[in-house]
Write a protein that binds this ligand. Structure first.
Ligand code: 0L1
Ligand code: MG
Length: 263
């Protein structure tokens, strides 16, 4: 039986010291449920340090990424207060191992959702939508991991930036959220281009997926939760001193600059 708490401490230490570790799966065979138990234990360690849960994120939402990983379902991770950087703010790459950035769509819940309650309507509880950047940072050497490794590592969650929020109801009425152009620019150069359709075919579908995954894996969705729906392009490695901008058509831009760190 794997020592869930010890594995969580090992990954937590890797986060706090920005040090790459070997894949857990090289030494311990974890089931998917055990990998989520490691993730949950890591969340408790952060909470014990006063780092509140502020939302959830999905990974493997693009068909290409899911096929690459040989998986048929999304994965869920937890967002903490310390991970959020303000729009236009700065991310210190020295705080990570080998950070990469991806353009996303974010949603905000106006009310808490109990994932165990069949009647809890996550679509109705969603009040806002925004462009977002997620900085992922696998704690495993060379960014190589198995499905259970990445789940245990809180789906590589590292930091995130949310652009201007707008009313979800207005955005749905005025835009086709399933067909927004997405561009990612680093240092003024476009490095990736995609569509919101690359997020599960429609990023709005991420809301139901988050509720289902939260139910299956014991993730909380408190009022005000920020939901990162998933990446619209492949992730791009970050270097220090870069200005990064994602534009999600109709929702507008979101920006961050990087400092510190080495690749
Ligand atoms: O947020 C994501 O899409 C990443 C999920 C974890 C896989 C990775 O680190 O690439
Ligand atoms: Mg992501």
């Amino acid at each position: 039986m794997p020592d869930i708490e010890a594995l969580a401490r090992e990954l937590d230490e890797a986060v706090r010291t920005a040090t790459a570790v070997r894949q857990l799966s090289a030494e311990v065979e974890l089931t998917l449920d055990q990998a989520y138990a490691v993730q949950a234990a890591g969340v408790r360690l952060r909470e014990a340090r006063g780092d509140a849960v502020v939302g959830a994120k999905l990974g493997f939402t693009s068909r290409a990424k899911a096929e690459q990983m040989g998986v048929s379902d999304v994965i869920i991770g937890v967002l903490h207060a310390s991970m959020q950087t303000p729009d236009g703010g700065r991310v210190d790459l020295a705080a990570g191992v080998h950070p990469r950035v991806e353009p996303e769509v974010a949603f905000r819940l106006g009310a808490a959702i109990d994932p165990l309650d069949d009647d809890a309507d996550i679509l109705a509880a969603t009040v806002a939508v925004a462009p977002a950047l997620e900085i992922i940072d696998s704690r495993y050497r060379d960014f190589r991991f198995s499905l259970t490794d990445v789940v245990a590592d809180n789906t590589s969650a590292s930091s995130f930036v949310v652009g201007p929020w707008r009313s979800f109801a207005d955005a749905r009425a005025e835009l086709d959220l399933a067909a927004l152009d997405v561009t990612l620019t680093v240092g003024g150069e476009q490095v990736a281009r995609g569509s919101s359709a690359d997020i599960l075919g429609d990023p709005v579908l991420a809301l139901a997926a988050v509720k289902r995954m939260a139910r299956e894996h014991g993730v909380a969705l408190p009022a005000g939760s920020i939901i990162l729906a998933g990446a619209a392009t492949a992730a791009v490695a970050l270097t220090p001193g870069a200005s990064v901008e994602a534009v999600v058509g109709g929702l507008g831009p979101v920006r961050v600059t990087t400092s510190g760190g080495e690749q």
